[in-house]
Design a protein around this ligand. Structure first.
Ligand code: ADP
Ligand code: MG
Length: 327
């Protein structure tokens, strides 16, 4: 089983995300197309499945392997369960067709007899047993891709991953390759094909996982490639959901910070309050001392009477002079 749970991924810190909150499950024995425009994130899904890249967040699992934390030394074991097919075939030009297909088994140390038997069998499956002594450049593109499929299947992997397997092929050869992948799937292998070939996908009516700008915008059984309007609407919906989840995360961080601030403030208030009480007591006693000094701040009742008398005389005098001026 293949499981993506809320997977986001970026190639560089701070760069736009290549995948955003992508979740899907692929059961054993399924045939699934991963479709989307160039740059939408299809190959990134493949790279996460083979541990060439690791997710930024979320989890990627293949059977019992959690790929987020899978140690380097276990990666070859994971890859033995996954056969890979690429757009550019990736055959070794100096080896014959037989040697190319035998290569993975040789690395794993199988006996000569077991290798002969197994290689002959897969070359028969792809219809190229009669070309086993040829070199890759003596074969057509379609034939080379069939050799690549044979090589991917030679140790009976549970999963076959094909990234744009028909990208370099004409429509007729593309049909043949797809028919072959379908046949491999019928024998029980899980097949995942990344492609942007609308025609092929529409004809085959398989499950489609559609990626756009890193968002999973569709996951539909027995589906056909959608038109651009539907795609755009689905992308917008996915974007809003992604932004909403980011906002919720930010809000949660905000609430946590607020809670912390409140706790801190209440501690501070206690401190500040006791500080204020201290300061108030100090100020009070200072003022009290000042007032207690009769020479500077207190006026005696005798002085008070003198002052009011003087004030009365002055205002009387002012009033008289004002009346004189008018007269
Ligand atoms: P697809 O296979 O659908 O064409 P990819 O998964 O290859 O898309 O790419 C998804 C995004 O990640 C694109 O924006 C692409 O430019 C970026 N990307 C892919 N590979 C790398 C890389 N090695 N380094 C930096 N960015 C990358
Ligand atoms: Mg790609």
């Amino acid at each position: 089983m293949i499981e993506f749970d809320n997977v986001s991924m970026t190639y560089q810190k701070g760069a736009p995300l290549a995948l955003r909150d992508v979740s899907f499950t692929i059961d054993d024995g399924e045939f699934v197309f991963i479709i989307g425009h160039s740059g939408s994130g299809k190959s990134t899904i493949v790279k996460l499945l083979t541990c060439e890249e690791r997710p930024l967040s979320g989890t990627v699992a293949v059977d019992e392997y959690c790929l987020n934390t899978l140690k380097r030394r276990w990666v070859p074991y994971l890859r033995r369960n996954i056969g890979m097919v690429f757009q550019d075939f990736r055959l070794i030009s100096t080896k014959t067709i037989f040697e190319n297909v035998a290569f993975p088994l040789e690395i794993q140390g199988f006996s000569r007899k077991a290798i002969d038997r197994q290689v002959s069998m897969v070359l028969s499956t792809v219809g190229l047993r009669h070309r086993e002594k040829a070199f890759p450049n003596e074969l057509s593109g379609g034939e080379q891709q069939r050799v690549a499929i044979a090589r991917a299947m030679v140790n009976n992997p549970a999963i076959l991953l094909a990234d744009e397997p028909t990208g370099n092929l004409d429509p007729v050869n593309s049909e043949t390759i797809m028919a072959l992948l379908e046949e491999i799937n019928r024998s029980g292998t899980t097949v995942v094909v990344c492609t942007h070939d609308r025609e092929l996908v529409n004809r085959m009516k398989k499950r489609i996982i559609e990626i756009d700008e890193g968002y999973l915008i569709r996951d539909a059984k027995e589906s056909v490639y959608s038109d651009d309007v539907t795609t755009r609407m689905a992308t917008n919906a996915a974007r809003h959901m992604h932004e909403a989840s980011v906002n919720i995360a930010t809000a949660t961080v905000g609430v946590d910070a607020l809670e912390e601030a409140v706790v801190e403030a209440s501690q501070q208030t206690e401190e500040t309050a006791s500080e204020s009480v201290d300061q108030f007591q100090l100020r009070f006693s200072e003022e009290y001392n000042l007032q207690a000094k009769p020479d500077s701040n207190l006026v005696s009742s005798e002085e008070m009477t003198d002052a009011s008398e003087q004030y009365k005389q002055e205002t009387d005098r002012d009033e008289h002079s004002a009346t004189d001026t008018i007269n």
